[in-house]
Design a protein around this ligand. Structure first.
Ligand SMILES: [Cu+2]
Length: 361
C-alpha cells in the first residue's frame, strides 16, 4: 500500500513538472492534522419532539447509554373532559421515544409499578434471544415492584417501537413507545420529523395518546420535507392513514428503506407495522392527517380520535404558487432557425498509466 502511494506521488510529481527522478525523491509527505474526537456527552434526551412525544433521557455509564423506564398507572386525559385509566411510562402515553445511533450499546432499567406483571419487547430489533422480552419464553415475568435490566446493541436501523408483551390490554393502555435507530449513513433527509403512534385500545382512538382535538398540532413551512413515522401500536385494528394536500412518498417500511419509494395518499398501517412517509408541503393551510375509517376519526359532533392537523405556513421566501397549473408550453411552428446543439468538448490525450498493481510485484 505504502509503495503504491509513493509511486502515485512520484507520478504526480512527474506529470506536474515533467522533470526527472530527482523530483520524485524530493516529494515528501505533507503533514495532515489529526482530528481530535469531541468528548461524548454524558447525558442526553428529554427534548420535546413537537408531536406530543418526548425523547427518552439517557445517561452514559462506561460507554453504555442507560435509560430508565418507569411503568405506573396514571389517570390520563385523552381529550378535554375524557379521562381514562392508563399505564404510563415515565408519566406519559406513549412512553418516551428512544432514539439511538447505529452501533450504540443500550441498557434499559425497567421498573414495574403496575398492579400486574409485565415485560418489554424491542420490536424489530436484531438482538440476543434472551433480551427479546417474551415472558415464559426468553425471560421470567417482571413482577410488580421489580426492576429488570435489558442490554443490547442498536443494529437494526430505522423506525421501530417497543411495547409490553403481556397482552393487548396493557399495551393498549400505554405500555409502548417509538424506538428509532439513526443509521450511520443514509438517514431519511427531512426538515421536520414527526412520530405518530396509532392506538385503538382501552384509551380509545388515539394518536400519540391523544384524541382530536387534543392531538398535538404539527407545523411545517411550504417547501419543507416533512417526515412522518407512522407506527401501528394497536392493539387490535388496521388503519388507512390519509394525508390531505396531495401525496406523500413511502420511503421505508418496518424501518427498512424501500429500493423504490412509492407515491400514495393513503397507506394501510397494520398492528406492528411502521411506515416512514415524506411529504413536501406545497400549499399553506391546515391539512388533515387522519384514519380514513370514519368511525375512528369522526363522530356526529365532528372530528375525533385519529386526527392530527398539519399547519403549513407560507415559505420564508416568496415562491410561485404551486397549487396553480402552469401555463402549457406551445411548441413553435414558425420558421425561426433551429439552434445547433453545442459540439461535445474535446478531451485532451492523457498518458496511459501502468497497471496499478504493478508496484506489488
Ligand atoms: Cu382507523
Amino acid at each position: 500500500m505504502f509503495r503504491r502511494l509513493m509511486w502515485t506521488l512520484g507520478l504526480i510529481g512527474l506529470v506536474a513538472t515533467g522533470s526527472a527522478a530527482a523530483d520524485v525523491v524530493a516529494a515528501s509527505p505533507v503533514p495532515v492534522p489529526v482530528p481530535v474526537a469531541a468528548a461524548a456527552p454524558a447525558r442526553g434526551g428529554g427534548e420535546d419532539l413537537g408531536d406530543g412525544t418526548r425523547l427518552a433521557e439517557w445517561q452514559l455509564v462506561d460507554g453504555v447509554k442507560v435509560f430508565q423506564l418507569h411503568l405506573a398507572p396514571l389517570a390520563w386525559e385523552v381529550k378535554k373532559g375524557v379521562v381514562k385509566q392508563a399505564f404510563a411510562i415515565n408519566g406519559s402515553v406513549p412512553g418516551p421515544t428512544i432514539r439511538a445511533n447505529e452501533g450504540d450499546r443500550l441498557r434499559f432499567l425497567v421498573k414495574n409499578d403496575l398492579p400486574e406483571p409485565t415485560s418489554i419487547h424491542w420490536h424489530g430489533m436484531v438482538l440476543p434471544n434472551d433480551q427479546d422480552g417474551v415472558p415464559g419464553l426468553t425471560q421470567p415475568m417482571i413482577e410488580p415492584g421489580q426492576t429488570y435490566t435489558y442490554e443490547w446493541t442498536a443494529i437494526s436501523t430505522g423506525t421501530h417501537w417497543y411495547h409490553s408483551h403481556m397482552g393487548g390490554d396493557q399495551e393498549g393502555r400505554g405500555v409502548y413507545g417509538a424506538l428509532e435507530v439513526v443509521p450511520r449513513f443514509g438517514d431519511i433527509p427531512a426538515d421536520r420529523d414527526y412520530t405518530i403512534e396509532i392506538g385503538d385500545g382501552p384509551l380509545g382512538f388515539v394518536f400519540n395518546g391523544k384524541s382530536f382535538p387534543a392531538t398535538a398540532p404539527l407545523r411545517a413551512r411550504v417547501g419543507e420535507r416533512v417526515h412522518f413515522r407512522l407506527i401501528g401500536t394497536g392493539p387490535e385494528l388496521i388503519h388507512p392513514i390519509h394525508l390531505h394536500g396531495g401525496f406523500f412518498e413511502v420511503v421505508a417500511q418496518d424501518g427498512k428503506r424501500l429500493p423504490f419509494p412509492q407515491r400514495m395518499d393513503t397507506v394501510l398501517v397494520g398492528v406492528g407495522q411502521t411506515f416512514d412517509i415524506v411529504y413536501t408541503a406545497t400549499v399553506p393551510g391546515a391539512w388533515m392527517l387522519h384514519c380514513h375509517i370514519f368511525s375512528h376519526s369522526e363522530t356526529s359532533e365532528g372530528m375525533s380520535g385519529l386526527v392530527s392537523i398539519l399547519h403549513v405556513d407560507p415559505p420564508a421566501l416568496r415562491v410561485p404558487d404551486l397549487s396553480q397549473p402552469t401555463q402549457p408550453v406551445t411548441p413553435s411552428t414558425s420558421d425561426t432557425p433551429t439552434t445547433t446543439p453545442p459540439a461535445p468538448p474535446v478531451l485532451p490525450d492523457l498518458p496511459l498509466l501502468p497497471d496499478a498493481h504493478a508496484g506489488h510485484s
